[in-house]
Design a protein around this ligand. Structure first.
Ligand code: ADP
Length: 266
């Protein structure tokens, strides 16, 4: 809190009053602090793959090029790190478009059942590899709603790929859609995976926040997936929540606003 005083003078009467201005700077300071943290995080996240690329290029230059097997391995590492950087920059651009409200939503009537079944199909290979079972449940009466299919697909892809990443072999992933009041549809992705410690849950939507940085990195994560997902949901007039218990599982639920008047929700 910043307190500023100024006195009111009237000619011939001297001081006749005082103005006290109380300015709440905590919010401003918090914003500034999170902006600084964000820049530091971006720099660090980009610097890590760049340093790796540099050292492998140097190793190739220093003679590894002469040994085809070694050279192949090094080129593979360079390719992976480059792809990581591309993913990161793509995510950052997407976030910045969402932040500046430049992301235009192209809403179309979309069948919720078809959309959830298709996400399940997209990940069927990965789930099969980990012997993960999945099911889709749609509450009666939910048919089509207006949404930007590409964007909501990205939300679902993020949630389902997290559910697969942080779930043990043979577990279960459930996708569910239900009515959440007269003008909202809720969609949830629930897993029986490793869960998230209580102390981390409040920060889980923060940009670059990961419970286990090394694990997330090794799985190709950027730490931006949940932040992007939440911004897309916000743009659809909805909210996103995460419930989780360590070693029990995680459930992420988001809502989509479906106005009654002229709405496609039936
Ligand atoms: P990442 O790219 O690291 O997956 P996200 O923003 O998608 O980034 O997720 C942030 C962090 O939240 C992850 O690093 C992980 O620690 C945790 N997390 C997200 N989803 C789950 C889940 N279903 N189960 C356990 N932990 C999760």
């Amino acid at each position: 809190m910043r307190v500023m005083f100024s006195t009111i003078h009237r000619r011939g009467e001297g001081v006749t009053g005082t103005i006290v201005v109380l300015q709440d700077v905590t919010e401003q300071e918090k914003l500034e602090q999170s902006r600084r943290e964000f820049v530091a995080n971006v720099s660090h996240e980009l610097r890590t793959p760049l340093t790796t690329i540099k050292s492998y290029v140097e190793a190739l230059d220093d003679g590894a090029l002469e040994e085809p097997q070694l050279a192949n391995r090094f080129v593979g590492v360079i390719r992976n790190e480059t792809e990581r950087m591309i993913r990161l920059v793509t995510d950052l651009l997407h976030l910045s478009r969402l932040d500046s409200k430049q992301a235009i939503l192209r809403k179309k009537p979309t069948s919720i059942e078809e959309m959830l079944e298709e996400v399940k199909d997209r990940f069927s290979f990965q789930m099969k590899q980990k012997r993960i079972k999945s099911n889709v449940r749609i509450e009666k009466g939910i048919h089509t709603i207006q949404l930007d299919r590409d964007q909501i697909d990205q939300v679902l892809d993020n949630l389902v790929s997290n559910a697969i990443k942080y779930t043990q072999e043979g577990d279960l992933i459930e996708l569910e859609a239900y009515k959440d009041g007269p003008d909202r549809i809720a969609i949830s992705v629930k897993d029986t995976g490793i869960g998230i410690p209580k102390k981390d849950i409040d920060r889980i939507f923060d940009r670059f926040y990961r419970v286990d940085k090394a694990r997330s990195r090794s799985m190709g994560g950027t730490g931006l997936g949940l932040s992007i997902a939440r911004e897309i949901v916000k743009a659809h007039g909805g909210t996103m929540q995460l419930e989780s218990e360590l070693n029990v599982g995680t459930k992420v639920t988001f809502t989509i606003y479906t106005p009654q008047e002229g709405s496609e929700a039936q």
